[in-house]
Design a binder for this molecule. Structure first.
Ligand code: URA
Length: 231
């Protein structure tokens, strides 16, 4: 079961003292449907998220969650997480070292959920999937990475700071349902609320295409990922 696999990953991660920010702030693993077809990935928890031990619950989170509902999706039907899963001090940006340390866990989390669509929020999470992309140039565009659709968006906190970014953030968000149904063989308007993928994790049959994981494509193999606990 995907829920069980995520739970085990979370339990393993909570105990990983080698992770930066261990002991400084809570581990905010992520929440939503373990079989979600859409995965939103932010940067790192802030103070509100640290307090509630939930991702995206502050002002930026309220904007994100309002937009999810506005386009007809549900917060429970998607999955929401961050690259770095503990709050950095004073809400500073995550450092490259922190991102690198948390990266194998995100890779494993993506592998388990196995979403069709990944929506990185902001440049840090966008660059995890698209190292050469520029957020101002590429937000709202559709990319294909390891058999998944990746659509980077501005971080909602950035949208809250600048009206022009808000305009683009909302515009790109509202285009998501249309973009994501393109290319689906059945042409469904992304009815993930009605449709259950099951837990097989193998969509090569249902989508008729081979689905290499991001891990495989990036050739990323770490000691952590080979731990049997992650299996
Ligand atoms: N910003 C993020 O990137 N993630 C959160 O969970 C909250 C704010």
């Amino acid at each position: 079961m995907k829920e069980q696999a995520l739970k085990r990953l979370c339990e393993f991660m909570v105990k990983d003292e080698s992770l930066p920010l261990f002991g400084f702030s809570n581990l905010v693993f992520g929440e939503g449907d373990a079989s979600a077809r859409v995965l939103f990935i932010g940067e790192a928890p802030g103070a509100n998220e640290d307090r509630e031990v939930r991702p995206f619950v502050g002002r930026a989170g309220q904007l994100l969650r309002r937009m999810i509902r506005e386009i007809g999706w549900t917060e429970e039907g998607v999955y929401i997480t961050n690259i770095v899963k503990r709050r950095p001090p004073e809400n500073r940006d995550p450092t490259p070292e922190e991102i690198a340390a948390y990266r194998p866990y995100l890779t494993r989390q993506v592998d388990i959920i196995d979403p069709e669509v990944i929506i990185p929020l902001g440049r840090f999470s966008m660059n995890y999937f698209l190292p050469d992309a520029k957020i101002t140039r590429d937000q709202g565009k559709e990319f294909h990475v390891g058999g998944r659709i990746v659509v980077p968006l501005f971080h909602p906190a950035a949208a809250l700071r600048a009206p022009e970014m808000m305009r683009q953030f909302e515009g790109s968000f509202r285009r998501l349902p249309g973009m994501i149904s393109i290319g689906r063989k059945d042409g469904d308007p992304f009815g993930f609320e009605q449709e259950s993928k099951g837990d097989s994790g193998d969509r090569s049959n249902s989508r008729g295409i081979s689905q290499p994981t991001i891990t495989e494509e990036a050739g990323e193999r770490t000691n952590i990922e080979q731990e049997s606990l992650f299996a």
